[in-house]
Design a protein around this ligand. Structure first.
Ligand code: HEM
Length: 127
């Protein structure tokens, strides 16, 4: 039998190449910027308890459930390296964001040249 509890609140890490171009972040799109992601990592318990729902698209805000039982369960399964605050300074957080931005392939910024003029189905190709 599959042990569903084991995988609760665990997610495959998305590849970080071009991560600058793929906001919003995490499996649920919780954060709109890399700066917000790094702030989250700097103090995960504080970030979870103080999550600002206004960061979410209006249509998603009612789906947020940040009750203590859920937050406690997430924290219970958190990797030990993130249980304590990292204590990163603002400069260090900016450096981390700059590092993540350095993973961007310049040619990935504009992929319009890869859009075919037509597809076999004949359906319209979006501009
Ligand atoms: C300060 C150090 C870290 C940075 C800057 C960082 C950066 C990131 C970023 C940018 C993402 C979002 C990827 C996306 O949504 O496209 C991510 C996701 C993720 N990271 Fe980290 N990470 C750090 C530490 C860790 C650690 C220590 C772990 C666990 C051992 C971890 C596990 C994960 C997981 C499981 C996800 C996917 C979460 C989800 O989709 O909800 N990260 N990380």
């Amino acid at each position: 039998m599959i042990n569903n509890e084991f995988g609760r609140f665990t997610f495959r890490v998305a590849p970080l190449r071009n991560v600058e171009l793929t906001a919003p972040y995490f499996h649920d799109g919780a954060y709109p910027t890399l700066a917000a992601v790094v702030r989250h990592y700097n103090n995960v318990p504080v970030a979870l308890r103080g999550f600002d729902v206004s960061q979410l698209a209006p249509a998603l805000r009612s789906l947020y459930h940040g009750e203590e039982a859920t937050i406690g369960a997430v924290l219970a399964g958190l990797d030990s390296r993130l249980r304590q605050p990292l204590g990163l300074t603002d400069d260090e957080q900016r450096d981390l964001v700059a590092f993540l931005e350095s993973l961007t392939d310049p040619s990935a910024r504009d992929l319009r040249s890869l859009t075919p003029a037509a597809v076999p189905s004949g359906l319209p190709v979006q501009e």
